[in-house]
Design a protein around this ligand. Structure first.
Ligand code: FAD
Length: 286
């Protein structure tokens, strides 16, 4: 275990990608020492919990790294949720990240799990020993009517059984510090990992602005403008920007950092080599 915690996120390769792609990612992460790796779960047409379970099993059994499997709930019924949890258990997961998932306009939600907290309550009921993680939003979830309402719902989710939160990505640490302050005042005391997504290209940032309403601070905006026609330079600047964000977060005593690798092992390794000395290794909690 590290202090603060350090974790990574990977996603299952697309259905038409070569089978070995995930091995390229995981092999490429050699030398990076995360406390756990989380594996995302596709939503809508790309939903395939067997893919998440298979990759979780690989990470657990072949790479001996603790793994957290994501599960999005709004299109599941009880039977499918239970099947997924059984599959994840058999894959050896250390925990499940319980999510509602994004809305898919082509699919009607089942109405069984309207919010992530419904899935959290269900897991706490049928598998009380499973560690449940939850998502949180330093810049407020885009669908929330207000910050206050978002935090109220977050508290409900934690009270339902979430023992560890991982944040949406953000580009300005001040947003995260403000959020931490509000959550702690609201009585949410579980560890909160800060989600960092290194900038790899300008389109990726535009996408995050569109989907997550992420705010782009002046420094990052300048980087995007300056190196809009030079992807290599932008990637280099992205490594520096993410490393500096993490150094500042650690200096401020955050509980942990969750790096969205986007399955880019080289960038992840570069960042880890910059920040590794900031993470103290402690006795394993396993
Ligand atoms: P919820 O916690 O249900 O919140 C969604 C909205 O509903 C918020 O506005 C909240 O304030 C509101 N709300 C919550 N509870 C209540 C309530 N009881 N009453 C009224 N309103 C309520 N998506 C994927 O498809 N696959 C993934 O693997 C994935 N991984 C993610 C990992 C992280 C760390 C994060 C931050 C996000 C991830 N997402 C993933 C995206 C996520 O699915 C979306 O952000 C989704 O829109 C919300 O999911 P949630 O679990 O946070 O939902």
């Amino acid at each position: 275990m590290h202090s603060p915690m350090f974790s990574l996120e990977v996603f299952p390769p697309k259905r038409n990608a070569p089978v070995g792609t995930i091995y390229d990612t995981l092999d490429g992460l050699e030398g990076v020492d995360p406390d756990f790796i989380s594996v995302t779960y596709g939503t809508g047409h790309s939903a395939d919990r067997t893919a998440t379970a298979r990759i979780a099993r690989t990470i657990h059994s072949e790479y001996a790294i603790p793994v957290v499997a994501h599960l999005t709930a709004q299109y599941l019924d009880y039977r499918q949720a239970e099947e997924s949890l059984t599959m994840y258990r058999q894959a050896g997961v250390a925990g499940v990240l319980a999510l509602r998932g994004d809305r898919n306009p082509d699919q009607e939600p089942t109405g069984v799990f309207a919010h992530a907290s419904d899935l959290v309550s269900y897991i706490s009921q049928i598998d009380p020993d499973l560690t449940v993680y939850g998502a949180c939003y330093p810049e407020c979830h885009p669908e929330s009517p207000s910050r206050q309402e978002d935090i109220r719902c977050l508290k409900l989710k934690v009270d339902a059984g979430v023992s560890h939160l991982i944040s949406q990505l953000f580009y300005d640490n001040e947003d995260f510090f403000r959020f931490l302050d509000i959550t702690r005042k609201a009585g949410i005391t579980v560890p909160i990992e800060a989600g960092i997504m290194p900038v790899t290209n300008a389109e990726q940032v535009r996408r995050m602005v569109r989907i997550c309403s992420s705010r782009v601070p002046r420094t990052l905006n300048a980087m995007l403008e300056r190196w809009s026609d030079d992807p290599r330079a932008l990637k280099e600047a992205g490594v520096i920007y993410a490393s500096e964000q993490i150094a500042d977060l650690v200096a401020h005593g955050v509980d942990g950092v969750h790096l969205y690798t986007m399955n880019h092992p080289v960038i992840t390794r570069r960042i880890w080599s910059n920040i590794q000395p900031l993470f103290t290794t402690t006795e394993s909690a396993q």
